[in-house]
Write a new protein. Structure first.
Length: 158
């Protein structure tokens, strides 16, 4: 590990962050493969909603979860590069760019999912949930944009 001149991140925090990211990846995968399809299957067995709406929402939510999985992978790489004190390398900048772009894509996609949910459902609960999640993702994207901007200027100024 390259810790030259910089305060080293405690190993405990690094491994704890990795453990949290593994847990998040597993949770997103379980939601993607079992929870949401199971919910839509339950609604179908009770005659709730239309078949087209269920398939459309299943596909839309599945894509959103795939974006989340890519973001978690990029965050895993960024955490490793920060721990190794090599975030300002070309590889580090690449992964920060990937993370920032996937968060931007997720925020835009979340806006589309929010609009679709508002048009398809008659219950405001899912719309509020999706809109809140989209706002969180958008806020995370804004923070990643600022970090990316700072890294870009440090690489070119220093």
């Amino acid at each position: 590990m390259n810790k030259s001149g910089a305060e080293a991140i405690p190993q405990f925090f690094y491994y704890f962050a990795r453990l949290i990211l593994i847990g998040m990846f597993i949770a997103v995968t379980v939601l993607q493969l079992f929870s949401f399809p199971g919910q839509f299957r339950f609604e179908a067995s009770n005659g709730q909603g239309s078949q087209l709406a269920r398939w459309g929402l299943t596909f839309m939510v599945g894509i959103w979860f795939l974006l989340a999985q890519v973001a978690i992978l990029a965050l895993w790489k960024v955490c490793r590069l920060i721990y190794e004190n090599s975030l300002l390398t070309s590889n580090g900048v690449k992964w920060v760019n990937i993370l920032s772009r996937i968060l931007a894509s997720s925020a835009l996609y979340g806006g589309a999912v929010t609009i679709a949910a508002a048009l398809i459902t008659d219950d405001p609960g899912p719309v509020v949930l999706v809109a809140t999640l989209t706002t969180f993702i958008f806020t995370t994207y804004i923070v990643s944009y600022f970090i990316r901007h700072q890294i870009f200027h440090q690489r070119h100024d220093g």
